[in-house]
Design a protein. Structure first.
Length: 173
């Protein structure tokens, strides 16, 4: 959702760098058709599928705004990029980042370039994935009688008296 902010009707005009977020599919479709008529390069939908990939992915101005279709297309683009950079094996994390850069820009370089906000696409993906997040979580310690006083009972009863209530019910002291 880094690409669209979770809006299935988002359109980013790659040609001029502007983005629009529509409320309805109809508005998004009409804007996409206008951009195509004006010969603009744009990306659309949840996964921001680039208009240059529509034909290869069998997408239309309408289908690109269907969330399931768009996510399926995004997965295809990412898998294609992964296959492109995973030819020689190597560092799987570097290959994954190169594939994400390719998904973003069509190559394994542009995704690493810092934008005006000081962050690259790869930086943003890593932030969203929580890679650079540090959590202080205490380790689990084994139970001992000192750490679990709520579980210790001073009641004395016979081992066969599983519920410990034999004396109470029978002898009613």
């Amino acid at each position: 959702m880094t690409e669209s902010g979770g809006n299935p009707y988002a359109i980013a005009n790659v040609t001029d760098g502007s983005s629009k977020y529509f409320s309805t599919k109809e508005e998004a479709v009409n804007h996409a058709k206008k951009l195509t008529a004006d010969k603009k390069n744009f990306s659309a939908g949840l996964g921001q599928i680039n208009s240059r990939n529509f034909q290869t992915l069998n997408l239309t101005h309408e289908s690109v705004f269907s969330p399931c279709t768009n996510i399926r297309a995004a997965a295809t683009v990412l898998k294609t990029c992964w296959d492109k950079y995973n030819t020689k094996g190597g560092d799987q994390q570097k290959i994954l980042r190169d594939a994400m850069s390719c998904y973003y820009s069509g190559n394994n370089k542009r995704g690493y370039v810092k934008e005006s906000n000081g962050k690259s696409y790869i930086d943003i993906i890593e932030e969203k994935a929580g890679i650079h997040t540090h959590y202080d979580i205490p380790s689990i310690k084994s139970f001992s009688e000192e750490t679990r006083p709520f579980m210790i009972s001073n009641d004395i009863h016979n081992k066969w008296d599983v519920f410990g209530d034999f004396r109470t019910h029978v002898f009613k002291e």
